[in-house]
Design a protein around this ligand. Structure first.
Ligand code: F0G
Length: 398
């Protein structure tokens, strides 16, 4: 059975409902990998997806919506323009439209293993949508805390329609996060934010899959960073594949944040030893509007160990990248996801990324999650037509 281990002091705990170490450090799930007999070729006989890697997961498959196995698109047009070999791992292809489903199939399955009846999370939107869906399927009650007025409509619609108890708090995601932790502790409710080490086990399969689909390790993986769980999870997956002897090199992990909420980037660029929270995070990419990311220690380790980096992009760079990916490659992603493409462009322009590098950008959520932002960003593109003559005049300009 896997154990929990503190990443700060190394203390180990048996499998139990626990989110942090007695010392306050973050926990991660540790396996005796030698004993697991994981064979990728054997695993490949099962359909691609989170549960293909069941031997490396800490829960029974109690609830699933067939998550993972998302497309890895080669993007020739954009890649050519940027003089690189570009792939997009599109997590919008998951059942509720974001990478969170990887974590929730495992996290909610674990809640069931533990006999929990109620699950909860704080969320900028996608986590709540995913937890609401998986709780519904599993027959668990679900409570979500969201920053009032600051989550995209598609995500709110999902959380509500799946029957979660949705509470909009007056405050930021960071406030919601500390409230939900206190609430879960007091009422013994199962917490499914990414501080939950079992949830991150599901998300690490994103790292497994990139190798599984590409059959090699790219030079870089670029992805948006908010609460900093995903970059940590992907890195854990890759280090496990390395330990198992499946891969012999690592990609540089490149985390991209929004200019108005970039504490991890500041920490990296200023060589700080501690994260300084951003008190008033702000960005159009509401999914990553986070000032005090809970998993910063794991994320910064992933960045340093992989010789990667953290950087930030402006809202207008995010919106331009969202349009570019939609129009050049036919891939519609939400603003936070477009941050990875905006980051890629910035790093190419700065000469950080060399010609011919092989890059995987992770696009974390579907574009339809946030229709309002997309429509606003294309508002001048809608053409009103009163009759067929006008239609003919209009199309003659195409
Ligand atoms: N992209 C999207 C679309 C997200 O929803 C999130 C996080 C991230 C990137 C950042 O991932 O937190 O693991 O660094 N969304 C969370 C939520 C916080 O509540 O849905 P991270």
């Amino acid at each position: 059975m896997p154990e929990l281990k503190c990443i700060t002091c190394g203390k180990e705990y048996p499998e139990e409902i626990r989110y942090t170490c007695d010392c306050g450090g973050l926990l991660e799930v540790k396996y005796d990998l030698d004993k697991l007999n994981f064979d990728l070729n054997e695993a490949r006989k099962r359909p691609i997806g989170v549960w293909r890697y069941k031997k490396l997961l800490p829960a029974n498959k109690n609830v699933s919506l067939q998550e993972g196995g998302t497309p890895l698109y080669e993007c020739r047009t954009l890649g050519k323009e940027l003089n690189i070999k570009l792939f997009v791992k599109n997590e919008g292809g998951n059942p509720t439209g974001s990478f969170k489903d990887r974590g929730m199939t495992v996290g909610v399955s674990k809640a069931i293993d533990f006999g929990s009846k109620i699950a909860a999370c704080a969320s900028t939107g996608n986590t709540s949508a995913s937890l609401a869906a998986y709780s519904a399927r599993a027959g668990l009650k679900c409570i979500v805390l969201i920053p009032g007025g600051k989550i995209a409509y598609g995500k709110l619609a999902q959380a509500l329609i799946h029957g979660a108890m949705v509470t909009a708090i007056s405050g930021s995601f960071d406030d919601a996060m500390s409230m939900v932790m206190e609430m879960c502790d007091k009422y013994k409710i199962y917490l499914l934010n990414s501080i939950n080490p079992y949830r991150l086990e599901g998300q690490k399969t994103l790292g497994y899959e990139i190798y599984d689909q590409l059959d090699r390790i790219p030079d870089r993986i670029i992805l948006p960073v908010g609460n900093a769980g995903n970059i940590s999870a992907i890195w854990k997956g890759l280090t496990e594949f390395h330990e198992l002897g499946i891969i012999d090199k690592f990609p540089k992990m490149c985390g991209i944040q929004a200019e108005g909420s970039k504490p991890v980037t500041d920490m990296f660029k200023k060589h700080l030893h501690e994260l300084v929270p951003e008190k008033h995070p702000e960005t159009i990419a509401t999914a990553i509007r986070i000032g005090n990311p809970i998993s910063w220690q794991k994320a910064i380790k992933a960045i340093y160990d992989s010789k990667g980096l953290a950087d930030s992009v402006t809202d207008s760079e995010i919106l331009a990248a969202q349009k570019l990916l939609s129009r050049k490659e036919g891939i519609f992603v939400e603003p936070a996801s477009a941050a990875s493409i905006a980051g890629l462009i910035k790093l190419v322009n700065r000469g950080e990324i060399r010609e011919g590098e092989e890059i995987v950008c992770v696009t974390t959520g579907h574009g339809l999650k946030d229709p309002n932002t997309a429509i606003e960003s294309c508002k001048n593109d809608l053409i009103e037509v009163k009759n067929i003559e006008e239609l003919y005049r209009v199309i003659s300009t195409i």
